[in-house]
Write a protein that binds this ligand. Structure first.
Ligand code: ADP
Length: 480
């Protein structure tokens, strides 16, 4: 039996702000139980709901060596849907309304978590062969393990993996600050370690000291070795190229299932979508106060409203797009400028544009189920889960060919009648509009091919089945 510990700052259903939470919450369920014991460790944030807390059992109290002193912490255990979760609690350290509060407090918060989780393992009696770290919040773990190994047998053969879900977020702050918070020796803060000019960079340290590095699609794994996508770490990633693997994320097929989804108005399948899916569109039009029209092409956008997601291209083309015969439904929160841009167009095109500036799991499912197409013109996209969710619900993705979008969306070919979506190559607003209009033409004038695309999108396998096996192979190669 190989023991694996996932260490992360988010995990569905306890905490989610984006795709990271989806991945950490779903992947552990898909590993073979007879050969791998996969457990998950998380911070016990104050906002985690009582319905989960009430079943947690305290497994130990302990001290953490932190910033030159001793800090008290506890570890709790919860068995939830077949997976063992550990939660690190410490008075006042994981408070607030959200997992992230801003810098540099978050450096403090998560370095503490990294130290505490390593100490907690002895309390709970679980000795992982591999600690699988997710994103910068757990970036200090590989270096801490390296230090602990020098004096403590318990950590001796422990391996570490660093998975990059989004290279843009690195957990960097002034070098002296990060040095003080981690209490790691000076040798860890050179330019080839945690040091990055004047800053200390937790993700960078993770990438240097982890035994293996993964990221969430094959294309993104190649892209991040180039300056445009590398966020300043392309040189390091290219240097470690032999240790880098790209493994595409999957989605939770039980939770995202148009045949059984309780959130949507009408369930449907890849067999009956031609008749049944449209009922979701008319019901959503009614709920959102839009023009009722079963024939119009509805385009969905469910996204963090940031430049990463291609919002500048959409801003530039919104007027032209709205002059076509389409309806646009937006669900998202993010930067003020994009929120007000969308609000403006909702006011201008009243009954054909619906803008919902909030976070709602339920409404997201309703939109995936109702929309004919799903727009995601990202500037960069490590993997992207939304396009896979859209496809599962028969909303045809229109995407820019980058990262995981490139690996999951195969462009429609009108001569061979193949493909599961539409795509364009350059980060260019005219190219995006041209591609949307091409999709409109197929939707209105070639329903047969459109339905073929929908069917292809709905029936491709975006579950974890094949990607979980790739992780298993990686774990095997590290423990062999
Ligand atoms: P990222 O992690 O970069 O934000 P992904 O596409 O990997 O992007 O994952 C986004 C996840 O968050 C999807 O599950 C998507 O449905 C969900 N999501 C994004 N914005 C909202 C929102 N406003 N309301 C509900 N779900 C949202």
């Amino acid at each position: 039996m190989t023991n694996i510990l996932f260490a992360a700052s988010e995990c569905v259903p306890f905490i989610k702000t984006g795709g990271l939470g989806d991945v950490v919450g779903s992947l552990p369920k898909y590993f073979p139980k007879d050969s791998l014991e996969v457990r998950v460790i998380l911070p016990l944030y104050d906002f985690i709901e009582d319905k989960y807390r009430k079943d947690m059992k305290k497994a130990g109290d302990f001290d953490v060596d932190f910033r030159g002193g001793k800090a008290a912490a506890s570890v709790f255990e919860l068995l939830y849907k077949g997976v063992t979760y550990y939660f690190i609690a410490a008075d006042g350290r994981f408070g607030g309304e959200a997992p992230y509060e801003g810098m540099p407090q978050d450096i403090d918060r998560f370095v503490f978590f990294d130290k505490a989780l390593l100490a907690a393992l002895k309390e709970v009696g679980f000795r992982p062969d591999i600690i699988h770290c997710h994103d910068w919040q757990t970036g200090a773990v590989p270096a801490f393990v390296r230090e602990l190994k020098k004096t403590d047998k318990f950590y001796k053969d422990m391996k570490t993996i660093m998975t990059i879900h989004n290279l843009r977020f690195q957990g960097a702050w002034g070098k002296d600050y990060v040095k003080e918070v981690t209490s790691l020796p000076d040798e860890y803060f050179g330019d080839e370690q945690f040091g990055y000019y004047d800053s200390g960079n937790l993700l960078k340290g993770g990438l240097v000291y982890a035994d293996s590095i993964t990221t969430v699609s094959e294309t993104y794994a190649r892209e991040i070795m180039m300056p445009f996508y590398g966020e300043g770490l392309d040189g390091l990633l290219a240097y470690r190229a032999d240790a880098v693997t790209g493994i595409i994320n999957g989605i939770d097929y039980n939770f995202f299932d148009p045949e059984n989804d309780k959130f949507i108005y009408h369930n449907f399948s890849a067999e009956n979508f031609r008749r049944e899916k449209v009922k979701n569109k008319t019901a959503l039009q009614k709920e959102l106060g839009m023009n009722s029209d079963r024939k119009v092409m509805m385009i969905g956008i469910i996204s963090r409203l940031t430049d990463q997601k291609g919002m500048d291209l959409i801003t530039y083309m919104m007027d032209e797009l709205c002059s076509d015969s389409v309806q646009i439904v937006v669900l998202g929160t993010g930067e003020e400028k994009y929120e007000s841009m969308f609000r403006h167009y909702e006011w201008k095109y009243n009954k054909d544009v619906s803008v919902n500036i909030k976070y709602s799991e339920e409404l997201s499912h309703k939109i995936y189920a109702a929309a004919d197409a799903f727009l995601m013109p990202s500037l960069f996209e490590p993997c992207g889960l939304s396009q896979m969710m859209a496809m599962r619900y028969g909303a045809v993705p229109i995407v820019r060919e980058t990262g995981g979008l490139k690996d999951t969306v195969q462009a429609y070919n009108e001569y061979e009648h193949t493909g599961n979506g539409f795509s364009f190559a350059n980060y260019n607003a005219h190219e995006m509009l041209g591609t949307i209009r091409y999709a409109e033409r197929v939707f209105y004038d070639n329903k047969r091919d459109w339905n073929k695309i929908v069917k292809e999108a709905m029936t491709r396998d975006y579950s974890w089945t094949s990607s979980a096996l790739k992780y298993v192979k990686l774990y095997e190669s590290l423990t062999a």
